[in-house]
Design a protein around this ligand. Structure first.
Ligand code: C2E
Ligand code: CA
Ligand code: CA
Length: 665
């Protein structure tokens, strides 16, 4: 309830209450006046009756009696006429023309005392009867006053006037003044304080009532405290704690403004999505504190490279988004992007990162490639993943073609999962040849996706996507099951055939991978020495899990391990020393290059290194007889390649094996 309404209600109750009291007192006032008038009448009536009772017995007193009667009429304003009656009738009257009403209209003193108002309101006659001794014996006479109603009413009106003045008019004026004061000094300040609570930008005047000033000051203090807290919170929720840079929320707001401005001025801006290539490695190898130091340092150096109107936000652990408004050309963006990549690579000097910090950057431009925060972020993200796909320290611009590819990959992702359920995957087998004996020593199981319509999809098209989205774990399990089952089926027919199975680094890093292998051995009753697991160098880079231990455990179970695609990645001698692999597989790219001087040097170096490290060596991608001859001449006896056989479907491989198995030759 509003205070003014509350006061009015209070006032209404007060007025109703006082009105009730006033009505009561008004009634009382009327009674009081009637009583006063009656007192006058009674006094005069008794006095006159007493005088008359002395005078009446003597006829000579007639004049005196009239005198007395007239005196009463003149001096008592409430008496109009006086009449003296004997039982026989009127003896004396001040008005001969007066016709007295019958005795019902008379009130005795006793009756009138009880209800004096009747005398005037009902025009009654006040009478008093008294006994008297005459010469003829005892008799009685009655003195009657005809009351003066007019004088009574005039007196009443006078008192009512005073009553109205003191009990109605003055209180009414007081109430009006009170309401005005209430409004001015209580209701208005309260309303002002109320509106100040909603809009505390306004300045309130000084109030007459001190308490209101205190409330105002307290509110002012509380609001300014709240405003400070609000501003601090506003900043806090929009800035990144570690780097002090704007965070994702701030970026979102900034882009909203930027889009509106660019729309107005018909200008363009570029959004760069930057992601470290090896942050997980940094965190795992150097610890999270050092990781934090590096991120903070990176934020600083990246910021220092931006143009004055550039904006940078940290949107994830190792993810930054940079906005470049009004860029001049794509070349300008390319130069800037390369500078950012190079700057991060040089971070080592600034914060002793201990390792090179490389990053990939995806670029999307407003308005051609995205019209809002979500679109631009999505597209820059797609471009960034494309840059990552191409290698470390790269940048890539978003393009519709890239998007088509990503969309295709997404579609592929879904159909790949469906294909596993539909049993569309099969294993092909590529023979591994011993050049000395020209026999098959084993095979590499290579997955194929054969669609319902007979179309064969190469693993090169779907394995990288399965690696990216994690489906490789599920698919890899299928490969292991299928390969193990095949080995079980070969146990009698082709007991010496060693089968190589490709295992992705991600699959190997799955918790419980060794136990899983063990369970497969039990399930298919296999000898692990007939199984070779091909892993790539990517295994070395994931430091979040103990791959070294997994590799050792796998070898301890009796499996052999081959290092696939050797020479294409970041092969380092220290890794080879740390990871005990049984066999090194020289990548096809080196074999392709065998007839160049540098190519030959590489191959021979790898062969010698394997010999000294006491590791077996195999060459893959052998396509020509001269390649085979050369490899044999340098001591690489085991080979695999189209020159001998392409990967074959099971029945063909089995036929090939039977034809070239060691015993037959
Ligand atoms: P990879 O493990 O390096 O397999 C060798 C690839 O080289 C195979 O391609 C094979 O068909 C091909 N190849 C062998 N000899 C020659 C040759 O003389 N000339 C040419 N041009 N190519 C040759 P494929 O079967 O298309 O497999 C491609 C890649 O897909 C594999 O490379 C491997 O990384 C992956 N992959 C295949 N099957 C599996 C699997 O079961 N699991 C996993 N994780 N990856 C697999
Ligand atoms: Ca392989
Ligand atoms: Ca390979």
């Amino acid at each position: 309830m509003k205070i003014m309404r509350f006061f009015l209600l209070l006032l209404f109750l007060l007025i109703s209450y006082s009105a009730a009291i006033e009505v009561y007192y008004f009634q009382k006032l009327k009674d009081q006046i009637a009583e006063i008038a009656f007192d006058h009448l009674e006094e005069d009536l008794l006095e006159l009756t007493e005088d008359i009772s002395i005078l009446i017995s003597d006829a000579r007193n007639t004049n005196k009696i009239f005198k007395q009667m007239n005196w009463v009429v003149v001096n008592n304003q409430f008496v109009d006429e006086v009449v003296i009656q004997s039982p026989a009738g009127i003896i004396y009257t001040t008005n001969a023309k007066l016709i007295l009403p019958d005795s019902d209209a008379h009130l005795t003193l006793e009756q009138a005392r009880i209800a004096p108002q009747k005398l005037f309101n009902e025009n009654r006659i006040l009478s008093h009867q008294t006994p008297v001794q005459t010469r003829n014996g005892s008799s009685s006479f009655r003195v009657s006053f005809k009351t003066n109603n007019q004088n009574y009413q005039a007196l009443l009106a006078k008192r009512v006037e005073a009553f109205i003045l003191f009990f109605i008019l003055l209180p009414f004026i007081s109430v009006v003044v009170f309401i005005a004061f209430l409004r001015r000094y209580i209701v208005l300040p309260l309303n002002r304080l109320e509106s100040y609570a909603f809009n505390h930008d306004q300045v309130l005047p000084h109030f007459l009532i001190g308490e209101f000033n205190s409330i105002y000051m307290s509110m002012k203090k509380a609001f300014s405290g709240l405003e400070q807290d609000r501003q601090r919170l506003f900043q806090q929720v929009r800035s990144d704690r570690l780097t002090g840079l704007p965070n994702r929320l701030a970026l979102k707001e900034y882009l909203g403004i930027q889009v509106a401005q660019a729309q107005k001025s018909q200008s363009a801006f570029a959004l760069l999505f930057l992601d470290f290539d090896n942050f997980k490695f940094i965190n795992d190898s150097l610890g999270h504190d050092k990781g934090d130091d590096i991120v903070a340092c990176a934020a600083e150096v990246l910021q220092s490279q931006l143009p004055s109107n550039g904006f940078i936000a940290r949107v994830g652990g190792d993810e930054f988004v940079i906005v470049i408004p009004d860029y001049q050309s794509q070349t300008q963006l390319e130069v800037l992007t390369q500078t950012l990549i190079d700057t991060l690579l040089g971070l080592n000097d600034c914060c002793q990162a201990g390792t090179p910090v490389s990053c990939c950057i995806g670029i999307a431009c407003y308005p051609t490639q995205g019209k809002n925060y979500i679109e631009l972020m999505q597209k820059a993200d797609i471009a960034m993943y494309e840059a990552k796909r191409q290698g470390k320290g790269r940048y890539h611009f978003y393009s519709p073609e890239l998007n088509d590819r990503v969309q295709k990959n997404i579609a592929l992702d879904q159909s790949m999962r469906q294909a596993l359920q539909n049993k569309e995957f099969v294993l092909y087998y590529q023979p591994k040849i011993d050049l000395k004996t020209k026999t098959v020593v084993g095979a590499e199981a290579l997955i194929r996706w054969i669609k319902a319509d007979g179309e064969v999809i190469s693993p090169a098209d779907f394995i990288p996507i399965a690696e990216l989205n994690g489906f490789i774990v599920q698919l890899g399990e299928w490969v292991l099951e299928a390969a193990f089952l095949q080995l079980q089926l070969w146990a009698k027919r082709m007991p010496d055939c060693v089968l190589s199975i490709n295992v992705s680094a991600r699959q190997l890093a799955e918790p419980g991978f060794c136990e899983y292998l063990k369970s497969l051995l039990v399930k298919y009753q296999l000898d692990p020495s007939k199984i070779d697991l091909e892993v790539t160098e990517y295994l070395f880079f994931d430091h979040s899990v103990d791959n070294l231990k997994t590799v050792n455990d796998i070898r301890a179970m009796g499996f052999s391990i081959s290092l696939d695609d050797f020479g294409t990645g970041f092969s380092s001698l220290s890794y080879l020393k740390k990871f005990h692999v049984d066999q090194i597989k020289i990548d096809k790219s080196f074999i392709d290059d065998f007839d160049s001087e540098s190519g030959a040097i590489f191959i021979e170096t790898i062969v010698k290194m394997s010999e000294s490290l006491k590791k077996q060596i195999i060459a893959e991608g052998v396509e020509t007889a001269s390649q085979a001859e050369y490899l044999q001449s340098v001591g690489c006896i085991n080979v695999q390649g189209f020159f001998f056989s392409k990967p074959l479907p099971l029945p063909e491989f089995e036929r090939y094996y039977q034809k070239h198995k060691p015993a037959v030759l």
